[in-house]
Ligand binder design. Structure first.
Ligand code: NDP
Ligand code: 8X3
Length: 253
């Protein structure tokens, strides 16, 4: 492959989809991952003409599926230079006493263990080549907790801890590790959190301009395209109206 390969998990929607487009524009070959096959096909059409593209459909929760998917890659797609660990979601918004075990399992299994499974598959090649960049998508929820955020916040605190740990462990190998932590971004995120309740989901963004997936993707692409010696280690990205995990300036006069 002439171009460097960027692998993006959760590329079927939101931040991952927009990141695929921005990195393709920056000259990367795109290896897109997600469960929804139709979306992976649509993404191929949405990329700039001529972008080398390959997709892998798997559930990040299933380690054997993850391993199988990556070992199915043709030789020219195996040298992944950039890994964007983006797949993830919140499931539910309940106090700790009322939270559902299946929601807790989904968040820990996808946001934490899924990120680990993909990393375990991709990073050893970077270590061998002494080259690579890993960007983990955390959240403001991994910097501050908020009411009813409990397990989602814990999963994103874990992503933050893993990002810092990866940076230390991979430091001898010349691999960049960066954490991008967005505040409110309007994607399918709230629709998933509220299990398809579109009114409740859109209400999250009432009265202010949230970040768009494009806003976040632009920062990710900027981070990836810095000179080799520059690492944007830890970025908290907020919409103007958001001052913390809980403070929003809604309906300003
Ligand atoms: P979306 O719901 O739009 O996208 C989530 C992506 O994750 C989809 O492509 C989905 O693909 C993928 N995904 C979810 N579960 C799995 C799974 N089990 N296996 C494989 N892929 C999976 O949300 P966002 O774009 O907003 O979220 C992307 C990341 O950004 C997440 O890690 C989220 O926590 C984080 N984030 C989001 C914020 C926001 O306000 N939106 C703010 C801060 C961080 P598919 O369903 O096809 O498998
Ligand atoms: C998503 C942002 O504030 O809904 O990570 O947790 S928040």
């Amino acid at each position: 492959m002439e171009k460097k390969i960027a692998c993006i998990t959760g590329a079927t929607s939101g931040i991952g989809w927009a990141t695929a487009i921005h990195l393709a524009k920056a000259g990367y070959a795109i290896l897109a991952c997600g469960r929804r096959l139709e979306r992976l096909r649509e993404l191929a059409e949405a990329l700039p003409t001529g972008t080398p593209y390959w997709s892998l459909s798997f559930d990040v929760r299933d380690q054997s599926e993850v391993t199988r998917a990556f070992s199915s890659l043709p030789t020219e797609w195996q040298e992944i230079e950039v890994l964007i660990n983006n797949a993830g979601n919140a499931h539910g918004l309940d106090t700790i006493d009322e939270g559902k075990v299946e929601d807790w399992d989904a968040m820990m299994d996808i946001n934490v263990k899924g990120l680990l499974y993909v990393s375990k598959t991709v990073i050893p090649g970077m270590v061998t080549r002494k080259s690579g960049q890993v960007i983990n998508i955390g959240s403001i929820a991994g910097k501050e907790i908020y009411p009813k955020g409990n397990v989602y916040c814990a999963s994103k605190y874990a992503v933050d801890a893993l990002t810092k740990s990866m940076r230390v462990d991979l430091n001898p190998h010349g691999i960049k590790v960066m954490g991008i932590h967005p505040g409110a971004v309007e994607t399918e995120f709230s629709l998933v959190r509220f299990k398809g309740d579109a009114d409740r989901a859109s209400g999250v963004y009432d009265g202010f301009d949230p970040l768009t997936a494009d806003d976040v993707a632009e920062i990710i692409a900027f981070a990836v395209t810095r000179p080799r010696h520059v690492v944007m280690a830890d970025v908290l990205l907020l919409p103007l109206a958001q001052a913390s995990a809980t403070v929003f300036n809604r309906n300003p006069s």
